[in-house]
Each structure stands twice: as structure tokens, then as C-alpha cells.
Design a protein around this ligand. Structure first.
Ligand code: FES
Length: 254
């Protein structure tokens, strides 16, 4: 059930260039058990920044929720200035996340690009606990932007790429994926060109999160509409914020 709550900041840490990890505490967290769903944060008192900011869940532990975000403007700058004990109004849970039900003993590939990486961590934890074998490929622009590598290593194999070659393997996530075999299923989140390249490259069933293309997050701005195609080749349109952000890879036109 969609609920609003003043959640309390437990901790805030800078984990990469312009990138912060924020841990919030509150009862609302008990409703958040679907990786890939997102929360809606109120910035300040909601008067200066009227629109809330949609940010995906990176992890859930008991009544604590972790999010990771990059500073993009005044709203996220305000967020980065919050300290332990501050309250932030949160509306959640929103959207439809990654399906994980009854998936076990499977070779799974997780592919994340930039700020698309965080929701894959909570997803990876869940899939690992269900007895799956994980390989993660994370793509970043440069070394300064890399985060969560160690956390994904604790879940299985993890390969990092940087576009400029300053860390890990040089190039794009697709350069690494081409060498991976025995993958039965994949999940991806990141910029649209990355998702397009990944879904064209991998033939096994997959799910992609289009969270990067969200605006208001509540169905009001239509900035997030995407073209879809169903199993009968019927074309349609869906709102990423309400119908997604996660879709079967073969049902969206990127
Ligand atoms: Fe505004 Fe979906 S993000 S309608």
C-alpha cells in the first residue's frame, strides 16, 4: 500500500564522485521487498521543489533502507546535505520491480551502468539467497565514478569496465558480455543505449529497468512513456513510472 512517512537519516556517505549512499530508517521499509521498485523523496518542505525525486532502492535491511544517488541539481544537492537524525518525507513503494519469484539454481547475469547499478545490489542479494549463481558486469565512465564493486564481489563474480580505461577493463559492458557463456537469464539497469545494446546481444530471457527515463515518477508528466510490443506483436505505450520501471526485455522498443 502506498504510504507516506517521515523517515530518519541514519547515515550518509560519499561513495564516488558526486555519488552518495543514504541510509534511512522507518516503518515504511517493511513494505519494500521488491528489488527495482523506487521511492519518492520530498525535497525540503516541498514548496520550493514541488516535484518529489524518484530514487530506486539499493538495499533493505530490517527497517533500514539504502538509496544511492548522484547529484544532478539543487534537489539532490539538498539531499546530499542531510545528516544523521534529519527527517525526509518518503512516499513508497512505487512501480513494479524485478521478478525473482521461484528463480533458483540458475546462472544469472546482472548488468549495471552508472546510477543504474544500485537496484541490482538488492536484487543480487535476493537472487543469491535463493540459490542462484551470479555474474555481475558494471560499467562506469571513469575510475572516480566506480562504486559497489566489493559488494557485488561478495555475491559472485564481478567485472568492472570504464569507458576511458582508468579502472578495470577498458570499454563498455557489452565488450565483456560477449565473452560470457552459460548465462540462463539476465537483469539490467542503466542508460537506454546500454540497455539496447545488452538486449540485442543476449538471447536468453531478461528484464530491464528503464528508471533513467523517469521524470515526475507519478504518472503526471508523460516524460516516461515508452513503446511496447506484446507476444502477439501488438504495439502499445506504457508509462515507465507506473507500469515499470522494470519490463521484460522483449516487450519494450528501445
Ligand atoms: Fe512522469 Fe511517468 S515520470 S508520467
Amino acid at each position: 500500500m502506498l504510504t507516506k512517512e517521515d523517515m530518519i537519516v541514519v547515515k550518509q556517505v560519499r561513495i564516488a564522485k558526486d555519488t552518495y549512499e543514504l541510509i534511512l530508517e522507518g516503518e515504511l521499509t517493511l513494505q519494500m521487498n521488491e528489488p527495482g521498485q523506487f521511492i519518492h523523496l520530498q525535497i525540503g518542505n516541498g514548496r520550493e521543489h514541488v516535484l518529489r525525486r524518484p530514487i530506486s532502492m539499493a538495499d533493505v535491511n530490517g527497517n533500514q533502507l539504502t538509496i544511492v544517488y548522484r547529484i544532478m541539481g539543487a534537489g539532490t544537492k539538498w539531499l546530499a546535505e542531510r545528516e544523521a537524525g534529519d527527517a525526509i518525507n518518503v512516499l513508497a513503494p512505487l512501480g513494479n520491480g524485478f521478478p525473482t519469484h521461484a528463480i533458483s539454481n540458475t546462472n544469472i547475469l546482472l548488468v549495471g551502468g552508472g546510477v543504474g547499478v544500485p537496484p541490482l545490489y538488492y536484487l543480487g542479494k535476493k537472487l543469491k539467497a535463493q540459490g542462484n549463481r551470479l555474474t555481475t558486469v558494471l560499467g562506469f565512465q571513469t575510475k572516480d565514478a566506480v562504486f559497489y564493486e566489493q559488494r557485488f564481489r561478495e555475491l559472485g563474480d564481478c567485472i568492472v569496465t570504464t569507458n576511458d580505461g582508468s579502472y578495470g577493463q577498458t570499454g563498455f559492458v557489452t565488450d565483456v558480455i560477449s565473452g560470457l557463456t552459460e548465462i540462463n537469464r539476465y537483469y539490467a539497469c542503466g542508460p537506454t543505449p546500454m540497455l539496447k545494446a545488452v538486449s540485442q546481444q543476449i538471447s536468453v530471457p531478461g528484464y530491464i529497468s528503464l528508471e533513467e527515463r523517469m521524470g515526475c515518477g507519478v504518472g503526471a508528466c508523460f516524460a516516461c512513456v515508452c513503446s511496447t510490443i506484446d507476444g502477439n506483436d501488438k504495439k502499445g505505450y506504457r508509462k515507465i513510472c507506473q507500469d515499470g520501471p522494470v519490463f521484460p526485455a522483449n516487450e519494450v522498443v528501445l
